[in-house]
Ligand binder design. Structure first.
Ligand code: 2NL
Length: 380
């Protein structure tokens, strides 16, 4: 019986009723295919004639209609009894993989001179029978992504401070209660320490509520003088709405050196605000309170929408609050291992989402976390 006749029959008609029978049948087919390919490789004919023979061989085996592989699929695999299906399936896949390079050989012989690299790969492909990709097809087009608006803001702020000689420090998001609260002079009675405001892992471990712990760690690690900014994720036990999220991004800054004064703080933060929001912007410092700074302040900028005239965005005040700041509390320097008799410092903290909202006119913080491409692609 010829091969063509065999692939026209079912396995049971051929008497292949068990694993061994199926395997030897497939081995016979593979051997036939190999010898036909070998014959073609070693035959000496004109290039054009050779191309024709390659194409004929490819069609004989791989043609979708009436090719040997297709017929095996139809008559052997599809009609195999249920218990033999896995064996036949496996054998069939091996055969199909071994046959795939013929597709490539045929294609490449049609245009051999133009794609020498591909031709040399094809030579390898005929050895490596598992290479099934058609290397002559154009590549996949993948749409270009864009930088997340919060990431953009973080990078922009980082750039400004890097330009002033600050360096970037990062640290753990899972923190100890000591670094997150005690070292920062935040008393046991402070509302932010309450279970209802903070996400605890156990009584001594939590998700950090600000990036300040990293600044304590950096003081311990490097001592003074120290000029750092600390970007990162922070967490609050809060109900999400258009201006609150359980996770957001903070950047804090810290400058510790000899003779650092409130004038350094004002000068640096005014410079920063003008670089980030534009040279027209004016800053306003007003008194505030944080346990880790003394004195403490709030920085506002003249409204970027109405230039200080009063509008909906600034609630008719002409000012937008953009960060908290202050002179580092001596107790906090001490916790960082720095002598407050010798060194002083200033610090600030800001929320990156709020900056992105102001800069791009976004009115809902939740948009940052929904991964909606229609929103994100506007920031490319
Ligand atoms: C805010 C206020 C602030 C700091 C953060 C800080 C850190 C150390 C020592 C002293 Cl280690 N201060 N950070 C200071 C003032 C304000 O953040 O409203 N953030 C969103």
């Amino acid at each position: 019986m010829t091969l063509e006749e065999k692939v026209g029959k079912t396995l049971s008609e051929l008497g292949a009723t068990d694993t061994q029978g199926v395997e030897s049948l497939f081995a016979e087919v593979r051997a036939a295919m190999e010898s036909e390919r070998q014959e073609l490789v070693s035959c000496e004919v004109e290039k054009e004639e050779h191309g024709k023979l390659c194409r004929a061989l490819r069609d004989r085996w791989l043609a979708r209609k009436n090719g040997i592989i297709s017929l095996i699929d139809e008559n052997w695999l599809k009609k195999a009894p249920k218990e033999l299906k896995p064996v036949v399936g496996r054998q069939f896949n091996e055969l199909r993989q071994a046959a795939a390079p013929m597709e490539l050989e045929e294609l490449l012989r049609a245009v051999p001179r133009k794609i020498t690299l591909a031709a040399s790969i094809a030579a390898t492909a005929s050895v490596r029978a598992d290479l099934t990709s058609d290397l002559t097809l154009p590549g996949y087009r993948r749409p270009l992504g864009s930088i997340h608006p919060v990431t953009r803001v973080l990078r922009e702020i980082e750039e400004i401070f890097l330009g002033l000689g600050f360096t970037i420090e990062i640290g753990p998001e899972v923190e100890s209660v000591y670094y997150n609260f005690d070292a920062l002079n935040i008393p046991e009675t402070h509302p932010s320490r309450d279970d209802w405001d903070t996400l605890y892992i156990d009584s001594k471990t939590l998700l950090r509520t600000h990036t300040s712990p990293v600044q304590i760690r950096s003081m311990e690690k490097y001592g003074a003088p120290l000029y750092i900014i600390v970007p990162g994720k922070v967490y609050r036990h809060d109900n999400p709405d258009s201006s609150h999220a359980t996770m957001f991004h903070q950047i804090e800054g810290l400058a510790v050196d000899k003779d650092i004064t409130f004038a350094d703080l004002k000068g640096t933060l005014d410079f920063f605000a003008k670089k980030f929001f534009g040279e027209r912007v004016r800053t306003r410092f007003s008194p505030s309170f944080f346990p880790f700074t003394e004195p403490s302040g709030e920085v506002s900028i003249s409204c970027v929408i109405c230039d200080g005239q009063g509008c909906r965005t600034c609630k008719e005040s002409g000012w937008l609050e953009v960060m908290g700041c202050g002179m580092v509390h001596p107790e906090v320097l001490r916790h960082g291992g720095i002598d407050p008799e010798q060194y002083t410092g200033w610090a600030f903290g800001l929320g990156a989402e709020r900056y992105a909202m102001m800069k791009y006119g976004i009115n809902d913080i939740q948009l940052f976390y929904q991964s909606d491409v229609r929103f994100l692609e506007q920031f490319s």
